[in-house]
Ligand binder design. Structure first.
Ligand SMILES: [Fe+2]
Length: 287
C-alpha cells in the first residue's frame, strides 16, 4: 500500500507537516501540524493550519486522525484548531505522561493540569495499529529525542518525527529532559530494520552543508548508507560520543517554552486568568 503524501513546509520553524491519504478512498491523517506563533508579540496565527484545511477541503478528504510524533519543542501544534474545523482524533505516544510529569513540574502546574494524557483522544503504545480508511498504520515507539516519540508506519511510508533527519543532516538532539543518545540509537535501529525501499518522511529540515533547498523525503536504504550520524553501520559508542558532543554545543530552541506548555496539553492553551486573558509562563533558569 502506497499512501498519497502531501507535505507542508513551515519555513519559520523548519517543520514539515503531512497529509497522508488512503489512495483508495477519501480518508486522511494529518501529522505534526503547526500553529504559527510570533514569540515577541506572543501572538498566534493559523495561516499554516489554514493551508492544510484548504487542501483537505478542496480534495474532499475526511480527516480521521490528527497525529503528533511527539511533544514538539520548536513549534506549537494546531491540532485542536484542525480538529474543530475538520474533525478527527488527536493521537500521541502513551509516554506523554512522562513528559507531562516532567514539564508539569517545570511550569509549576496545579492539579487542574492532568498528567494522564487525557487531553488527547488516543495514546498509542508500541505495536499498536490504526486505520486511515482501508489503510493500516503501525506504531513504533522510537524514544531518545523525547520519551514519547513515535514513528508512524503507514503502508510503505514511515513518518519518523525527530528521530532521523535527511541523511546529510543526521539525527535529532537528545539533550532534552528524558532524552538519551543510547535510546535514540536503539530506536533508529528499529526504523532501519524496515524494508530498504520504505519511504521516510522527516519532521524537520534545515538544509545542510552543500544543499541549498529544503528536503524531507528519503528512504531506509539511503539512511543506512548515507546518514552522516548513523549510516555505514555506525556503532553505538561512536554515535553516543558524536551526538552528546554536538548536543553540548546547542542552545535551546527559540520556542521551547511556549511550545511545550501548549503541546503537552494536546495543543490547547492553559486556562485563562480570571480576567479572561490567556498567559504562558517563562520559568527562569530552569532549562
Ligand atoms: Fe522535536
Amino acid at each position: 500500500m502506497k499512501p498519497d503524501v502531501t507535505a507542508f513546509f513551515d519555513e519559520a520553524t523548519n517543520t514539515v507537516s503531512y497529509v497522508v491519504r488512503d489512495p483508495s478512498g477519501s480518508a486522511c491523517a494529518i501529522i505534526d501540524s503547526v500553529l504559527d506563533f510570533d514569540n515577541a508579540a506572543a501572538r498566534t496565527d493559523t495561516s499554516s493550519a489554514d493551508k492544510i484545511i484548504e487542501f483537505v477541503r478542496s480534495n474532499g478528504l475526511s480527516t480521521e486522525w490528527i497525529l503528533e510524533s511527539h511533544v514538539h519543542a520548536d513549534h506549537l501544534s494546531a491540532a485542536p484548531y484542525l480538529q474543530e474545523k475538520l474533525g478527527g482524533k488527536i493521537g500521541i505516544g502513551a509516554n506523554i505522561t512522562t513528559v507531562q510529569e516532567t514539564f508539569g513540574k517545570v511550569f509549576n502546574e496545579g492539579t487542574e493540569f492532568q498528567r494522564d494524557g487525557s487531553q488527547f483522544d488516543k495514546l498509542f503504545e508500541d505495536g499498536d495499529s490504526f486505520h486511515i480508511g482501508q489503510m493500516r498504520g503501525d506504531v513504533l515507539h522510537t524514544p531518545g529525542h523525547t520519551p514519547a516519540c513515535l514513528t508512524y508506519v503507514i503502508g510503505d511510508a514511515a513518518f519518523v518525527g525527530d528521530t532521523l533527519f535527511m541523511p546529510d543532516f543526521g539525527t535529532a538532539r537528545c539533550d532534552f529532559p528524558g532524552g538519551s543518545s543510547e535510546t535514540l540509537y536503539n530506536s533508529i535501529q528499529k526504523i532501519l530494520a524496515l524494508p530498504d525501499e520504505t519511504r521516510i518522511f522527516v519532521g524537520h529540515d534545515y538544509k545542510a552543508q552543500g544543499r541549498d533547498h529544503y528536503a524531507w523525503e528519503t528512504t531506509v536504504g539511503e539512511q543506512k548508507e548515507l546518514n552522516i550520524h548513523i549510516g555505514h553501520g555506525r556503532k553505538l559508542e561512536d554515535f553516543r560520543k558524536l551526538r552528546d558532543d554536538r548536543d553540548a554545543t546547542l542552545g535551546m530552541p527559540r520556542l521551547i517554552l511556549p511550545s511545550i506548555q501548549v503541546n503537552m496539553r494536546a495543543g490547547n492553551m492553559p486556562e485563562p486568568e480570571p480576567n479572561g486573558d490567556i498567559m504562558l509562563k517563562l520559568p527562569l533558569n530552569k532549562l
